[in-house]
Ligand binder design. Structure first.
Ligand code: SAM
Ligand code: SF4
Length: 327
């Protein structure tokens, strides 16, 4: 049996997030600057063969059981269903986080290629606000993307919503209603200090507690067993589905974290907030063996710290933005 990736705090790492590109067709203010983002050059981005090799080592030799494709925007990478089809051969749970705008075109292809689960990010249901937040007039396409994902058979389709005070925090009830009407699961994620523009502040964070209080003003719901998921899950008592809240800032789930991240240029990072990384691309391109790559991965995981300490004085904000790290 594969020897699992255990860090010094005893956490087994079974979840790999792969950023397939740092590029994106949107410019969400909380994630990347509107102008002046320097993209990786194409030769610097891992090829599908390189991604497949690292994923294969992690699944076969280290007990990884789930892989999530993210970015930047994963669907802007050419022939994405091909990568999905290759990774689906590994027999893991394969999922993707996307802004949804390309899904009207490729949701069915992704499903046919073996993608198991999909999360679509959407932070407002108002057209003008959508433009303000993403600098793109694409709300209709994202809504069509949600419909396309449901029609392609993804079940449940999950929506990632980041409420920000004074920006979209008046839409919590509308999103819950939308989730019920469309048969999709809304997950509210606390705003994290990873925005490239440095606009984050504690005051902007709409906390999980506030989200639940707002939800309770109109809906009746009860908690579901949490399991290993970072999302606290709730079911509507009238049977009309469920929703989730991810309290990454106010109630960090670091002690149960089982995630590693591979950036588009092949850096393995043991935490979203990690200040260092291991350069797997150089290893791959200098002819390293699978054992050497696995050893480098094990040593990166061993270096993982106890938690991100966002609310403590010694917290150091990473210089990379969410779009470069993968959500
Ligand atoms: N482009 C894809 C998308 O938007 O879904 C995938 C990459 S995006 C970086 C992954 C997730 O990170 C999205 O759900 C997005 O809402 C979330 N995200 C980005 N910046 C964030 C921040 N500062 N705090 C919390 N979540 C953030
Ligand atoms: Fe792009 Fe996703 Fe970041 Fe928005 S959140 S800028 S869609 S990577």
């Amino acid at each position: 049996m594969a020897e699992r990736l255990i860090d010094t705090f005893g956490r087994a790492h079974t979840d790999l997030r792969i950023s397939v590109t740092d590029r994106c067709n949107f410019r969400c203010a909380y994630c990347m600057p509107e102008e002046g983002m320097e993209w990786l050059d194409r030769g610097g981005i891992l090829t599908y063969e390189e991604i497949e090799r690292i994923a294969g080592i992690l699944v076969r030799e280290a007990g990884v059981t789930s892989i999530r494709l993210t970015g930047g925007e994963p669907t802007v990478r050419a022939r994405l269903p091909l990568l999905v089809q290759r990774l689906s051969q590994l027999g893991v749970e394969l999922s993707m986080t996307t802004n949804g705008a390309t899904l009207p075109l490729i949701a069915a292809d992704l499903r046919d290629a073996g993608l198991d689960r999909i999360n679509i990010s959407i932070d407002t249901l108002h057209r003008d606000r959508f433009y303000e937040l993403t600098k793109r007039n694409e709300l209709e396409r994202v809504l069509d993307g949600i419909t396309a994902a449901v029609h392609a058979g993804f079940d449940p389709v999950k929506l990632n919503v980041v409420p920000m005070r004074g920006i979209n925090d008046d839409e919590i009830l509308d999103f819950l209603q939308f989730g019920q009407d469309r048969g999709v699961t809304v997950r509210f994620i606390e705003f994290m200090p990873l925005d490239a523009q440095g606009q984050w502040s504690n005051e902007r964070v709409v906390t999980a507690r506030e989200i639940l209080d707002t939800a309770a003003s109109r809906f009746s719901f009860e908690p579901l067993t949490r399991g290993s998921s970072p999302a606290e899950r709730f079911r509507f008592t009238d049977g009309s589905g469920e929703f989730g809240v991810i309290a990454s800032v106010t109630e960090p789930f670091c002690e149960a974290c089982d995630r590693m991240r591979l950036t588009a240029d092949g850096q393995l990072r043991n935490c979203l907030f990690a200040l260092g990384h291991t350069d797997l691309r150089s290893l791959l391109r200098s002819g390293a063996s699978d054992d050497e790559i696995l050893e480098a991965i094990r040593s990166e995981v061993k270096k993982k710290w106890a938690g991100h300490a966002i609310n403590q004085v010694h917290f150091i904000r990473p210089t990379k933005s969410m779009s470069q790290l993968g959500g």
